[in-house]
Structure formats: structure tokens, C-alpha cells
Design a protein around this ligand. Structure first.
Ligand code: TXA
Ligand code: MG
Length: 318
């Protein structure tokens, strides 16, 4: 079993010692739990890939305590990146910039760029400050599984390879950070998140979704639980669930309405932010409850709704 510890002074000290020794530490961020290692050590970063079963050409995000520390891993900033960092860091925004030659190729997946982020979570902040190293951290799930938003999700997915899991409770945002290529004059969104194109566009007037240049990670199978996932339109979720129940399936529901008789309530939400927060946990709850089908009520594709619908469609396609 993995060692799950409270993020008190003792827990942080153990995590810091493990990271300095080149070992893996899972820690909470405002988005999802990350599986961290010293980003500048090849052996440590390789251990992340093997613990997750992650394809080696999928690059990692490097986490830092503040914007000043980012200079350790990027070759240069752009005026756009400065503006975005000033507006949104610490926060769920990842910036892609030209990589410093000091960053090992295993961290960047062999790219000339590096993804950097300053997370807004007290445990992540304390850990990054105390360890004082750039920390590479993908989501702490096994590759292809729903991202972990609670410490027990990490413990269930990953085994021996992880030295310490810091338990910071449920992650407040629940979907991964927005990834933006910040090398040009305008932000190019490579992965949607809770910092939306409306937010970025308000700053810049011109945030674009880079359809053909999506993050390498979006090529891979993602976010798939062990059951079928069906998307229901708003207002239709309860009926869709009842219909499937009547066909004889064991059905779970994630919706704004209560589950009808004979359907298992996996999660209830009131708005897109609420669905984002509970989405991955609901997929894992569907597995624990051994449902055949999870019916999830769709949300409008504005704001964070775009990020959560992106994840929901991937889960439904899996
Ligand atoms: O919220 C998050 O971003 C979480 C927490 C732990 O910080 N991390 C996370 O990491 O979601 P991961 O590895 O699951 O997703 C990283 C995404 C992948 O889609 C990857 O392809 C993309 O970022 N990425 C990393 N480096 C990149 C680069 N240099 N250029 C383009 N995309 C990059
Ligand atoms: Mg991931």
C-alpha cells in the first residue's frame, strides 16, 4: 500500500525528503492530484512514466512556487506569458514556453518547449516552496484512468512506486488546468480548463482554440471508467436513466435532479462548476457501485462547461 499522510509539517518534511532523493510524491493541487518528481532528474522523471504506464512522448507539466522560479526551466518569456502569469498565477493555467536546455528531454517528451504552472493550493504551494525544485507532475492516475481528485483515488490507482501521498482532501476545481501556448502574440488554447477562453480573451481580445495543435496528451485514450458513459441532454437525464433501467441495466446517474427509483445516484450538481468538481469522482463511484451505464447530464458549453463537456465526451467515447 502507498503511504497516505496528512499535509502537516511532518508530512511535508517527508515529501520534501522523498523528492530530494528522486522519489515520487503525490500531492493535491486546486485542479487534480499530481504525481511529482524532480523535473531536472532523468531517473526521477522516468519513474513517473513507469508508475503511470504513460507513453514516453507525452510531456509533463513542470510546477513551480512562483513566476520568478519559472526562469529555471524556460529559455525565455514572452510579453503575452508575462501578462497571463500576472493575471492568473497562482492558478489553474499552464503556459507552454521555449524550454531551457537544462530541462531533460524525458520531461518535455523531446519537445523544444516546456509546460509550466504555478498551482493555487496551500499544500502544493508549501511543498514547492520548501523543496525549492522544479517539480514535474502529471495527474496522479494510471494512464487512461479518470484523473484523481481525492487522495484515495491516487492510492487505488498507483502502488509501490509512490513514496508518499499528501492528503489535502477533495480538489476544489476538479478538472485539469487550461494549457495555453504562450509563445506568440495571442494565447492558443491546447487544452480547455476552468480558466476559459472568455477569461483569456477578456485579457487579450483573441484567445483561440488551436484545433490542429492540441496538446500531445489529447491524442491518447483518456478519462475512461470501467462502464459505459452516456451523455443526456439537460432535462432528459432522469428519463434516459429510467429507460436504460427498464432495459435491465444497472444504471448510475450524475445530474441536477435526484435519481429515480432503481437508479443509483452517483453525484448531484447545480451548475457546470459543480459538475467539474465532482465529475472524476462520480466516474470512480460508478465503478465502485459496479454500474453498467453511467448517465451524465450535459451542461452548456460556456465557461468551465466547455472543459467539463470535453472530458465527458472523451469518457463517453471510451
Ligand atoms: O491541472 C493540471 O494540469 C494537472 C495538475 C497535477 O497540475 N496536471 C496534468 O498533467 O493534468 P497531465 O500530464 O495529466 O497533462 C498535461 C498536459 C498533457 O495534455 C500534455 O500533452 C500537455 O499538458 N503538455 C505538456 N507539455 C507540453 C508542451 N511542451 N507542449 C504542449 N502540450 C504539453
Ligand atoms: Mg492526465
Amino acid at each position: 500500500m502507498v503511504d497516505v499522510v496528512a499535509p502537516d509539517a511532518g508530512g511535508i518534511a517527508r515529501a520534501v525528503a522523498a523528492l530530494r532523493a528522486g522519489d515520487l510524491v503525490a500531492f493535491p493541487t486546486e485542479t487534480v492530484y499530481g504525481l511529482g518528481a524532480d523535473a531536472m532528474r532523468e531517473d526521477a522523471v522516468r519513474a513517473i512514466f513507469s508508475a503511470k504506464g504513460r507513453p514516453p512522448d507525452n510531456p509533463l507539466i513542470v510546477h513551480l512556487a512562483d513566476a520568478a522560479q519559472v526562469d529555471r526551466v524556460v529559455r525565455s518569456w514572452t510579453p503575452l506569458a508575462r501578462r497571463l502569469a500576472a493575471a492568473w498565477w497562482p492558478g489553474p493555467l499552464t503556459l507552454v514556453l521555449d524550454a531551457s536546455p537544462d530541462v531533460p528531454a524525458v520531461t518535455t517528451g523531446g519537445l523544444a518547449t516546456v509546460a509550466v504552472r504555478v498551482p493555487d493550493h496551500p499544500v502544493a504551494q508549501t511543498l514547492l516552496r520548501e523543496v525549492d525544485l522544479p517539480i514535474a507532475a502529471p495527474s496522479a492516475n494510471r494512464s487512461g484512468r479518470p484523473s484523481p481528485t481525492r487522495a484515495d483515488h491516487v492510492a487505488n490507482d498507483l502502488g509501490e512506486g509512490v513514496a508518499v501521498v499528501l492528503d489535502g482532501g477533495p480538489c476544489p476545481v476538479g478538472v485539469e488546468s487550461t494549457v495555453v501556448d504562450a509563445r506568440g502574440d495571442h494565447p492558443l488554447i491546447l487544452r480547455e480548463g476552468s480558466i476559459t477562453r472568455e477569461h483569456l480573451g477578456a485579457l487579450d481580445g483573441s484567445a483561440n482554440r488551436a484545433a490542429r495543435r492540441a496538446s500531445p496528451g489529447t491524442r491518447y485514450r483518456h478519462y475512461t471508467p470501467d462502464c459505459r458513459v452516456v451523455v443526456a441532454s439537460p432535462g432528459d437525464a432522469s428519463q434516459a436513466a429510467t429507460g436504460l433501467r427498464d432495459e435491465g441495466w444497472r444504471v448510475g446517474l450524475v445530474a441536477t435532479v435526484p435519481a429515480p427509483d432503481g437508479v443509483i445516484e452517483l453525484a448531484r450538481f447545480v451548475d457546470a462548476a459543480g459538475l467539474a468538481q465532482q465529475f472524476y469522482a462520480a466516474l470512480r463511484a460508478a465503478e465502485t457501485a459496479e454500474v453498467d451505464v453511467a448517465v451524465v447530464e450535459a451542461v452548456d458549453e460556456i465557461g468551465v462547461g466547455r472543459a467539463v463537456m470535453d472530458r465527458l465526451r472523451r469518457a463517453a467515447a471510451g
